[in-house]
Design a protein around this ligand. Structure first.
Ligand code: URA
Length: 210
């Protein structure tokens, strides 16, 4: 449907996502499921990382073994819900540098307002993975990617849990060079900017706030 969008259809991802969508899923379960899904999404988003080899010794012999080439990585969490995905990815890539972009959505205009920005240096040399569970209007995602590009980032991927067609289209128009990886493409946004069928407010469900 969109050639810059990858929907990860793995049964484990889809099953866990269904559990997360259920309105009665507890905060603790929601958080645990998000962490588990983020492991599986991290697997997908890092699939094309450049590889090289190094000579190692196994207990039996020398061999030339595959290793990741060492392109520097930056994970950028779009606060606050991005932190749920971030934690899981850090389980798999503990050495990654981490940045944070704080944008809140003005509930009247649905437009992003920046309140925090702190990212690793030399973004231009890094694979930058921006994470936010919900790609809804796409306004804050596009604004976050704008900021990363202004800082020199050229190799950016956007990882989310759920995407709305409106957000995917917004990102395609603003940043056609940024691939999007998600667990599901939902139906639409409602008048309040929530993804439908969605899972509600990801931050509230993750942190138990209202
Ligand atoms: N942010 C959320 O947390 N949920 C939505 O449905 C849309 C934006």
């Amino acid at each position: 449907m969109y050639d810059h969008l990858t929907v990860v259809k793995h049964p484990l991802v889809q099953h866990k996502l269904t559990l997360m969508r259920k309105k009665d899923t507890s905060t603790a379960s929601f958080r645990r499921l998000l962490r588990e899904i983020s492991h599986l999404l991290a697997y997908e988003v890092t699939r094309e990382m450049p590889m090289t080899t190094e000579v190692i010794e196994t207990p039996l012999c020398e061999m030339e073994a595959p290793v990741i080439e060492g392109k520097k990585l930056a994970l950028v969490s779009i606060l606050r819900a991005g932190n749920g995905l971030l934690d899981g990815i850090l389980d798999l890539i503990p050495a990654a540098r981490v940045g944070f972009v704080g944008l809140y959505r003005d509930e009247a205009t649905l437009k992003p307002v920046q309140y925090y920005y702190k990212v690793p240096d030399n973004l231009g040399e890094r694979l930058v993975i921006a994470v936010d569970p919900m790609l809804a209007t796409g306004n804050s995602s596009a604004a976050a990617v704008d900021l990363l590009k202004q800082d020199g980032a050229t190799d950016i991927r956007f990882l989310c849990l759920l995407a709305a067609p409106e957000g995917v289209e917004r990102m395609r128009q603003a940043h056609p060079d940024v691939p999007i990886i998600t667990a599901a493409l939902d139906d639409h946004l409602n008048e309040k900017g929530y993804i439908v069928p969605g899972l509600g407010d990801a931050g509230d469900r993750m942190f138990g706030t209202k």
